[in-house]
Ligand binder design. Structure first.
Ligand SMILES: [Mn+2]
Length: 362
């Protein structure tokens, strides 16, 4: 009999302080639902296949930040995963990476930040982002442009370890795939044949109505009106270094109009967050439906010259930015913050970050 996910997580957590870690499974630093669910599900599957190994799924965020992932809070609750059993970065002892013998990375294929130097530990990659061509020596390297990494984990579960399937696992993976593919809707341009195939198989094992489940997860994801500006910037955040320029990109699920309406000191929030993280550039990519899908962009740079250079570059790249201005916003203390609607809806963070690299590295 396989363990329950909670039993597994609890036993993994007990051992984090001293034992060697045979395999650490880690999602990307934005720690969205896909990253966390895929890491937990994959670590769980491996732990049941190799019960004598110490396999640890790491959530690479501080515990305090988990509440910001409102969709993850909802899906984990629905899948009856006890949040107290999750293993967060700030609960790990100092220099734990020295005890990690092998690394599996999911939902990214390039290490960043504090993990950058551990590429030689990578044995497994499961991801759906742009192939970076790194860690070619990994034993298992699955990088496919599907809608969700959870699809790739689901595929391994179904094709290789079907006996491990249970409701909890199916609920966790299905919620993630449905959210990432906008309920498997081809019109949203995210779903692939494989996502649908795997989701349909997973759905045989969970008791909920998929359309309802999708609606509830989606609702939880967009339920961010109660968050402060700093929390909105932190919620879904990635950081990049381009030729010495430090750049943060936040994904925010409010229109700029709503956001400026609820906070008239937006630049103070951007400046505080940028200085806290020591950023030269802080972008907010705002995606929302009203009722059609829309994108806005906020661009903050400490240096006004870099700001202007960046805007003209993004225009050249075809983002099709149109100025937005809002009444009653307090000015920046230093630096420059401007707002745009982004008419080119096809440019997501996944596509924007390589563009920024092109600008600053060349
Ligand atoms: Mn993903």
């Amino acid at each position: 009999m396989p363990q329950s996910i909670n039993q597994y997580l609890l036993s993994a957590k007990i051992d984090i302080n001293d034992k060697p870690i045979d395999l650490m499974v880690m999602g990307n630093e934005a720690a969205d639902l896909d990253s966390m669910a895929s890491a937990i599900a994959f670590a769980y599957i491996r732990s049941q296949v190799e019960p004598d190994k110490n396999i640890v799924p790491l959530m690479p965020i501080v515990k305090e930040d988990f509440k910001l992932r409102t969709e993850a809070v909802y899906v984990f609750k629905t899948a009856q995963i006890d949040l107290d059993n999750l293993i967060f970065l700030d609960k790990m002892p100092q220099s734990f990476m020295e005890r990690v013998n092998n690394l599996a990375i999911v939902d990214h294929n390039k290490l960043s930040g504090t993990f950058e130097d551990y590429g030689d530990k990578i044995r497994i990659i499961l991801d759906h982002h742009k192939e970076e061509g790194l860690y070619k020596g990994a034993e298992r390297r699955v990088i496919e442009p599907v809608g969700s990494t959870a699809t790739l984990v689901g595929e391994i579960l179904i094709r290789e370890h079907a006996r491990l399937m249970h409701t909890q696992l199916a609920t966790l993976l299905t919620g993630t795939i449905l959210l990432d593919t906008v309920n498997l809707d081809p019109a949203a341009g995210r779903v692939t044949e494989k996502d649908s195939e795997i989701a349909v198989k997973l759905m045989e094992y969970f008791p909920l109505d998929p359309n309802n489940y999708f609606r509830e997860v989606q609702k939880a994801k967009f339920d961010t009106a109660g968050l402060s500006t700093i929390d909105l910037l932190r919620k879904d955040y990635k950081e990049f270094k381009f030729n010495g320029i430090s750049c943060g990109i936040s994904s925010v699920l409010l229109s700029m109009a709503q956001w400026t309406n609820k906070d008239n000191e937006l630049c103070l929030g951007f400046e505080t967050y940028a200085s806290r993280r020591n950023l030269d550039v802080l972008l907010s990519m705002n995606a929302y439906t009203n009722p059609d899908f829309n994108r806005d962009l906020a661009v903050y740079c400490r240096d006004a010259a870099i700001h202007d250079k960046l805007i003209s570059f993004l225009q050249e790249k075809g983002l099709d930015l149109k100025d937005l201005s809002f009444e009653g916003q307090k000015p920046c203390l230093e630096g420059k913050l401007t707002f745009y609607s982004q008419a080119n809806l096809g440019i997501s963070r996944k596509k924007l970050s390589p563009m920024m690299d092109e600008l600053f590295t060349n």
